[in-house]
Unconditional design. Structure first.
Length: 322
Protein backbone atom coordinates (compact mmCIF):
# COMPACT_ATOMS: atom_id res chain seq x y z
CA UNK A 1 0.00 0.00 0.00
CA UNK A 2 2.83 2.37 0.91
CA UNK A 3 4.64 1.60 -2.36
CA UNK A 4 1.47 2.21 -4.39
CA UNK A 5 0.95 5.54 -2.61
CA UNK A 6 4.55 6.58 -3.30
CA UNK A 7 4.17 5.64 -6.97
CA UNK A 8 0.98 7.76 -7.25
CA UNK A 9 2.71 10.71 -5.62
CA UNK A 10 5.71 10.34 -7.95
CA UNK A 11 3.50 10.15 -11.05
CA UNK A 12 1.53 13.20 -9.91
CA UNK A 13 4.78 15.07 -9.37
CA UNK A 14 5.98 14.14 -12.87
CA UNK A 15 2.72 15.34 -14.42
CA UNK A 16 2.91 18.60 -12.49
CA UNK A 17 6.54 19.09 -13.45
CA UNK A 18 5.64 18.42 -17.09
CA UNK A 19 2.87 20.99 -17.01
CA UNK A 20 5.15 23.55 -15.42
CA UNK A 21 7.96 22.94 -17.88
CA UNK A 22 5.48 23.27 -20.76
CA UNK A 23 5.04 26.95 -19.93
CA UNK A 24 7.56 29.19 -21.73
CA UNK A 25 10.28 30.91 -19.74
CA UNK A 26 10.33 34.58 -20.69
CA UNK A 27 13.36 36.88 -20.92
CA UNK A 28 13.13 40.65 -20.55
CA UNK A 29 14.43 42.30 -23.75
CA UNK A 30 13.79 45.96 -22.95
CA UNK A 31 17.42 46.74 -23.75
CA UNK A 32 16.85 45.69 -27.38
CA UNK A 33 13.58 47.59 -27.89
CA UNK A 34 14.09 50.58 -25.59
CA UNK A 35 14.02 53.22 -24.47
CA UNK A 36 10.72 52.40 -22.77
CA UNK A 37 8.85 53.93 -19.83
CA UNK A 38 9.07 52.08 -16.51
CA UNK A 39 5.47 50.91 -16.87
CA UNK A 40 6.04 49.06 -20.16
CA UNK A 41 8.20 45.99 -20.83
CA UNK A 42 8.97 43.54 -23.64
CA UNK A 43 9.57 39.80 -23.13
CA UNK A 44 10.83 37.06 -25.42
CA UNK A 45 10.95 33.27 -25.46
CA UNK A 46 12.12 30.56 -27.82
CA UNK A 47 10.95 27.69 -25.61
CA UNK A 48 9.07 25.05 -27.57
CA UNK A 49 5.30 24.66 -27.47
CA UNK A 50 4.37 21.01 -27.01
CA UNK A 51 7.63 19.94 -28.63
CA UNK A 52 7.38 22.29 -31.62
CA UNK A 53 9.87 25.14 -32.20
CA UNK A 54 8.55 28.47 -31.09
CA UNK A 55 9.38 32.18 -31.03
CA UNK A 56 7.09 34.54 -29.13
CA UNK A 57 7.02 38.01 -27.61
CA UNK A 58 4.69 39.82 -25.28
CA UNK A 59 4.40 43.41 -24.16
CA UNK A 60 3.16 44.30 -20.70
CA UNK A 61 1.88 47.86 -20.17
CA UNK A 62 0.33 49.41 -17.06
CA UNK A 63 -3.16 50.65 -17.85
CA UNK A 64 -3.23 53.27 -15.07
CA UNK A 65 -0.02 55.00 -16.17
CA UNK A 66 -1.14 58.43 -17.37
CA UNK A 67 2.06 58.74 -19.37
CA UNK A 68 0.78 56.02 -21.73
CA UNK A 69 -1.90 56.70 -24.34
CA UNK A 70 -3.82 53.73 -25.78
CA UNK A 71 -4.97 54.51 -29.28
CA UNK A 72 -6.07 53.06 -32.63
CA UNK A 73 -5.67 54.06 -36.24
CA UNK A 74 -7.34 52.98 -39.48
CA UNK A 75 -6.68 53.30 -43.20
CA UNK A 76 -9.99 53.03 -45.02
CA UNK A 77 -10.10 50.66 -48.03
CA UNK A 78 -6.36 50.54 -48.55
CA UNK A 79 -4.44 49.42 -45.51
CA UNK A 80 -0.97 50.38 -44.40
CA UNK A 81 1.90 48.31 -43.09
CA UNK A 82 2.64 48.62 -39.36
CA UNK A 83 5.81 50.55 -40.27
CA UNK A 84 3.73 53.03 -42.28
CA UNK A 85 1.34 53.47 -39.34
CA UNK A 86 4.40 53.96 -37.12
CA UNK A 87 5.67 56.80 -39.31
CA UNK A 88 2.36 58.58 -39.73
CA UNK A 89 1.59 58.44 -35.99
CA UNK A 90 4.79 60.15 -34.93
CA UNK A 91 6.83 57.07 -33.98
CA UNK A 92 4.76 55.67 -31.07
CA UNK A 93 6.02 53.12 -28.55
CA UNK A 94 4.01 50.25 -30.04
CA UNK A 95 2.07 49.39 -33.18
CA UNK A 96 0.30 46.03 -33.57
CA UNK A 97 -2.16 44.61 -36.08
CA UNK A 98 -5.68 43.85 -34.82
CA UNK A 99 -8.87 43.38 -36.88
CA UNK A 100 -9.73 40.79 -39.50
CA UNK A 101 -10.50 42.29 -42.89
CA UNK A 102 -11.99 41.71 -46.32
CA UNK A 103 -10.24 41.48 -49.69
CA UNK A 104 -11.09 45.18 -50.11
CA UNK A 105 -9.06 45.97 -46.95
CA UNK A 106 -12.21 46.77 -44.96
CA UNK A 107 -12.16 45.93 -41.24
CA UNK A 108 -14.66 43.24 -40.32
CA UNK A 109 -14.45 44.10 -36.62
CA UNK A 110 -15.13 47.12 -34.49
CA UNK A 111 -12.53 49.85 -34.01
CA UNK A 112 -13.14 52.75 -31.63
CA UNK A 113 -10.75 55.69 -31.58
CA UNK A 114 -11.11 58.49 -29.03
CA UNK A 115 -14.67 57.38 -28.29
CA UNK A 116 -15.71 57.40 -31.97
CA UNK A 117 -16.50 54.25 -33.91
CA UNK A 118 -14.38 54.17 -37.03
CA UNK A 119 -15.04 50.54 -38.06
CA UNK A 120 -18.00 48.23 -37.50
CA UNK A 121 -18.50 44.56 -36.77
CA UNK A 122 -19.62 42.22 -39.50
CA UNK A 123 -23.30 41.69 -38.52
CA UNK A 124 -23.70 38.23 -40.01
CA UNK A 125 -21.83 35.28 -41.49
CA UNK A 126 -23.20 33.36 -44.46
CA UNK A 127 -22.96 29.59 -44.03
CA UNK A 128 -22.57 27.52 -47.18
CA UNK A 129 -23.54 24.35 -45.31
CA UNK A 130 -27.09 25.51 -44.56
CA UNK A 131 -27.40 28.49 -46.96
CA UNK A 132 -28.36 30.81 -44.10
CA UNK A 133 -27.11 34.04 -42.61
CA UNK A 134 -26.11 33.68 -38.97
CA UNK A 135 -26.17 36.75 -36.78
CA UNK A 136 -22.99 37.04 -34.73
CA UNK A 137 -21.45 39.03 -31.95
CA UNK A 138 -17.69 39.33 -32.12
CA UNK A 139 -15.05 39.77 -29.45
CA UNK A 140 -13.35 43.11 -28.83
CA UNK A 141 -10.99 44.55 -26.26
CA UNK A 142 -11.84 48.04 -25.08
CA UNK A 143 -10.33 50.54 -22.65
CA UNK A 144 -12.67 53.10 -21.09
CA UNK A 145 -11.92 56.65 -19.94
CA UNK A 146 -11.07 55.34 -16.47
CA UNK A 147 -8.38 53.15 -18.09
CA UNK A 148 -10.21 49.95 -17.28
CA UNK A 149 -9.92 47.18 -19.89
CA UNK A 150 -12.72 44.84 -20.90
CA UNK A 151 -13.08 41.96 -23.36
CA UNK A 152 -16.68 41.86 -24.55
CA UNK A 153 -18.96 40.25 -27.11
CA UNK A 154 -20.00 43.27 -29.13
CA UNK A 155 -22.54 44.20 -31.78
CA UNK A 156 -22.43 47.56 -33.51
CA UNK A 157 -25.10 49.90 -34.79
CA UNK A 158 -23.84 51.69 -37.89
CA UNK A 159 -26.93 53.92 -37.94
CA UNK A 160 -26.29 55.28 -34.45
CA UNK A 161 -22.52 54.71 -34.58
CA UNK A 162 -22.63 52.95 -31.22
CA UNK A 163 -21.41 49.65 -29.83
CA UNK A 164 -23.38 47.36 -27.52
CA UNK A 165 -22.07 44.66 -25.21
CA UNK A 166 -23.89 41.36 -24.72
CA UNK A 167 -23.31 40.64 -21.05
CA UNK A 168 -24.57 37.07 -20.80
CA UNK A 169 -22.60 35.34 -23.52
CA UNK A 170 -22.15 35.63 -27.28
CA UNK A 171 -25.11 35.67 -29.63
CA UNK A 172 -25.96 32.23 -31.03
CA UNK A 173 -28.34 32.48 -33.97
CA UNK A 174 -30.24 29.73 -35.75
CA UNK A 175 -29.85 31.64 -39.00
CA UNK A 176 -32.05 33.46 -41.46
CA UNK A 177 -32.55 33.63 -45.21
CA UNK A 178 -32.22 37.43 -44.94
CA UNK A 179 -29.11 39.49 -44.54
CA UNK A 180 -29.66 41.38 -41.28
CA UNK A 181 -30.39 45.04 -40.83
CA UNK A 182 -29.99 46.53 -37.37
CA UNK A 183 -33.70 46.17 -36.50
CA UNK A 184 -33.70 42.45 -37.31
CA UNK A 185 -30.49 41.92 -35.39
CA UNK A 186 -31.96 43.54 -32.27
CA UNK A 187 -35.10 41.43 -32.61
CA UNK A 188 -32.92 38.32 -32.79
CA UNK A 189 -31.18 39.34 -29.59
CA UNK A 190 -34.44 39.95 -27.78
CA UNK A 191 -35.66 36.51 -28.89
CA UNK A 192 -32.56 34.96 -27.35
CA UNK A 193 -33.09 36.89 -24.09
CA UNK A 194 -29.71 38.54 -24.38
CA UNK A 195 -28.80 41.24 -21.88
CA UNK A 196 -27.32 44.19 -23.73
CA UNK A 197 -25.93 47.54 -22.67
CA UNK A 198 -24.04 50.39 -24.27
CA UNK A 199 -20.32 49.64 -24.44
CA UNK A 200 -18.49 52.76 -23.34
CA UNK A 201 -15.00 52.06 -24.62
CA UNK A 202 -12.85 55.04 -25.54
CA UNK A 203 -10.43 52.88 -27.49
CA UNK A 204 -11.27 49.41 -28.80
CA UNK A 205 -10.16 46.87 -31.36
CA UNK A 206 -12.05 43.76 -32.38
CA UNK A 207 -11.26 40.26 -33.55
CA UNK A 208 -12.20 36.89 -32.13
CA UNK A 209 -12.80 34.47 -30.72
CA UNK A 210 -12.68 35.19 -27.01
CA UNK A 211 -10.04 32.98 -25.40
CA UNK A 212 -10.42 33.72 -21.66
CA UNK A 213 -13.50 34.89 -19.75
CA UNK A 214 -13.68 35.60 -16.01
CA UNK A 215 -10.28 33.98 -15.44
CA UNK A 216 -11.19 30.74 -17.23
CA UNK A 217 -10.16 29.56 -20.69
CA UNK A 218 -13.36 29.70 -22.74
CA UNK A 219 -12.81 29.71 -26.51
CA UNK A 220 -16.08 30.87 -28.12
CA UNK A 221 -15.05 29.99 -31.66
CA UNK A 222 -18.27 28.20 -32.62
CA UNK A 223 -20.54 30.90 -31.22
CA UNK A 224 -18.63 33.64 -33.04
CA UNK A 225 -18.37 31.52 -36.20
CA UNK A 226 -14.71 32.34 -36.66
CA UNK A 227 -12.82 29.23 -37.83
CA UNK A 228 -14.57 26.23 -39.32
CA UNK A 229 -13.79 22.53 -39.09
CA UNK A 230 -10.50 21.64 -37.42
CA UNK A 231 -8.91 25.03 -38.12
CA UNK A 232 -9.02 25.83 -34.40
CA UNK A 233 -6.23 23.27 -33.97
CA UNK A 234 -4.02 24.57 -36.77
CA UNK A 235 -0.73 26.24 -35.88
CA UNK A 236 -0.34 29.77 -37.21
CA UNK A 237 1.28 33.07 -36.33
CA UNK A 238 -0.91 34.67 -33.66
CA UNK A 239 -1.79 38.11 -32.36
CA UNK A 240 -3.75 38.34 -29.10
CA UNK A 241 -4.56 40.79 -26.34
CA UNK A 242 -5.73 40.49 -22.76
CA UNK A 243 -5.42 42.07 -19.36
CA UNK A 244 -4.51 41.02 -15.84
CA UNK A 245 -6.27 41.44 -12.53
CA UNK A 246 -3.59 43.87 -11.36
CA UNK A 247 -4.17 46.28 -14.23
CA UNK A 248 -1.74 45.38 -17.00
CA UNK A 249 -2.48 45.12 -20.69
CA UNK A 250 -0.86 42.08 -22.33
CA UNK A 251 -0.16 41.91 -26.08
CA UNK A 252 1.05 38.52 -27.28
CA UNK A 253 2.73 37.70 -30.59
CA UNK A 254 3.58 34.16 -31.71
CA UNK A 255 5.75 33.73 -34.78
CA UNK A 256 4.81 30.97 -37.20
CA UNK A 257 4.92 29.31 -40.62
CA UNK A 258 8.70 28.85 -40.42
CA UNK A 259 9.22 25.06 -40.23
CA UNK A 260 12.00 24.03 -37.89
CA UNK A 261 12.28 27.51 -36.36
CA UNK A 262 8.85 28.84 -35.36
CA UNK A 263 5.74 26.85 -36.21
CA UNK A 264 3.06 28.94 -34.54
CA UNK A 265 0.34 28.08 -32.05
CA UNK A 266 -3.21 26.77 -31.97
CA UNK A 267 -5.98 28.83 -30.41
CA UNK A 268 -5.85 26.55 -27.37
CA UNK A 269 -2.09 26.98 -26.97
CA UNK A 270 -2.47 30.73 -27.39
CA UNK A 271 -5.08 30.75 -24.62
CA UNK A 272 -2.84 28.67 -22.33
CA UNK A 273 0.03 31.15 -22.77
CA UNK A 274 -2.19 34.13 -22.00
CA UNK A 275 -3.57 32.36 -18.94
CA UNK A 276 -0.04 31.63 -17.71
CA UNK A 277 0.73 35.36 -18.06
CA UNK A 278 -2.13 36.15 -15.68
CA UNK A 279 -4.79 37.30 -18.14
CA UNK A 280 -8.30 37.16 -16.70
CA UNK A 281 -9.84 38.07 -20.06
CA UNK A 282 -8.30 37.78 -23.53
CA UNK A 283 -9.14 37.48 -27.22
CA UNK A 284 -7.56 36.36 -30.43
CA UNK A 285 -6.92 38.94 -33.15
CA UNK A 286 -6.10 38.57 -36.83
CA UNK A 287 -3.08 36.31 -37.23
CA UNK A 288 -1.27 34.55 -40.04
CA UNK A 289 0.55 36.89 -42.40
CA UNK A 290 -1.04 39.90 -40.69
CA UNK A 291 0.69 39.26 -37.35
CA UNK A 292 3.21 42.00 -36.71
CA UNK A 293 4.18 44.09 -33.69
CA UNK A 294 6.61 46.97 -33.65
CA UNK A 295 8.16 48.33 -30.46
CA UNK A 296 9.87 51.68 -31.06
CA UNK A 297 9.68 50.86 -34.74
CA UNK A 298 11.51 47.52 -34.45
CA UNK A 299 9.87 44.26 -35.46
CA UNK A 300 9.42 41.64 -32.76
CA UNK A 301 8.31 38.47 -34.58
CA UNK A 302 9.21 38.08 -38.25
CA UNK A 303 6.07 38.41 -40.43
CA UNK A 304 5.33 35.20 -42.30
CA UNK A 305 4.53 36.76 -45.70
CA UNK A 306 7.42 36.53 -48.13
CA UNK A 307 6.99 40.22 -48.92
CA UNK A 308 7.29 41.18 -45.25
CA UNK A 309 4.75 43.31 -43.40
CA UNK A 310 1.21 43.00 -44.73
CA UNK A 311 -0.90 46.16 -45.22
CA UNK A 312 -3.75 46.09 -42.69
CA UNK A 313 -6.77 48.40 -42.27
CA UNK A 314 -6.38 48.97 -38.52
CA UNK A 315 -3.79 48.90 -35.74
CA UNK A 316 -3.64 49.30 -31.97
CA UNK A 317 -1.13 51.85 -30.73
CA UNK A 318 0.57 52.77 -27.46
CA UNK A 319 2.29 56.13 -27.33
CA UNK A 320 3.67 58.45 -24.73
CA UNK A 321 1.51 61.35 -23.59
CA UNK A 322 2.69 64.73 -24.79
Amino acid sequence: MVIKTLVKVFVSWLLLAGNLSAQPVWKNVDSIYGPLPESMHVYYTNDSIEGKPNIAFFVKAELKDLHLVFDADTAYKRGLTPSQYYSRNGNPLLVVNCTFFSSERLSLDVVIDDGKMVAFNLPSVYSVSDSLYHYVSRSALGIDRHRKADVAWVITDSLRRKAYEITNGPLVSEGSTFHPVQKRLKQEMLTENRDIKRWKAQTAVGGGPTLISDGTINITNNQERMFSGKAINDRHPRTAMGYTNDGYLIILMVEGRFPGRAEGATLGQEAEILSSLGCIEALNLDGGGSSCMLVNGKETITPSDKTGQRPVPAVFIIRQAE
